[in-house]
Ligand binder design. Sequence first.
Ligand code: ATP
Length: 249
Amino acid sequence: MVSVRDLRKSYGSILAVRGISFDVAEGEIFGLLGPNGAGKTTTVEILEGLRRADGGTAHVAGIDVGADPAGVKHRIGAQLQSSAFPLHLTAAEVIELFATCYDRTVDARAVLATVDLADRADQWNEKLSGGQRQRLSIATALVNDPKVLFLDEPTTGLDPQARRNLWDLVRRIRERGTTVFLTTHYMDEAEVLCDRVAIMDAGRILELDTPRALIGALLSRGFSKPVIQQQADLEDVFLDRTGHELREG
Ligand code: ATP
């Protein structure tokens, strides 16, 4: 569903992406990880047809992104930061606005139902909670029934309940056949959610495999750290006291 070969991109003297290659299979949840400045956003923006590569090739959903950047935009969904939505539009109106951009007519309430926001259809988008806004943002990326959904740090700033709720949503989206390509700085999130992850640094991919295989390989190289006897952490306390139920205000 995504196929990248020797992809390169520089900004002046900065080599942001230095010849990376990888494939993402249909129906996979794939995570692109890496420290700040690793080249993740540059890579994702090239795949979305928003930025031109200097060299190499990228195919997304069968489209050569370099040759047909407009074509790829019709086959993918890209989650925008929710703060980009115009004020005083209801959640349903935001969905209708995005559908118009794709020249589609959609049942906004049905789209909102897929992200558990049917009951917020008539609420102004800026009045939604952080988790609800993030789900609305994902809903806008689903209006054109994409083959690949790109999510850029989808759970940044969310509380533990809302993060787990979003993980469930991402899994449901994959179950309906959509390939998910996400970036995250949360390793726990990548470990529980992603089928495979690529670890990128300074424009290169250092590792690419399942989280379990990467952890296994590290251990087999003799890695060890002091075993923490504690069977629970502060997040367990937080969830024990406040419950797993989603809070949305
Ligand atoms: P973060 O986790 O902070 O979002 P990232 O892995 O997404 O980082 P990129 O945003 O792709 O990394 O940046 C890769 C490198 O390219 C960095 O050194 C960054 O400063 C540089 N860079 C990114 N965009 C531009 C631009 N438009 N002009 C010049 N340099 C840029």
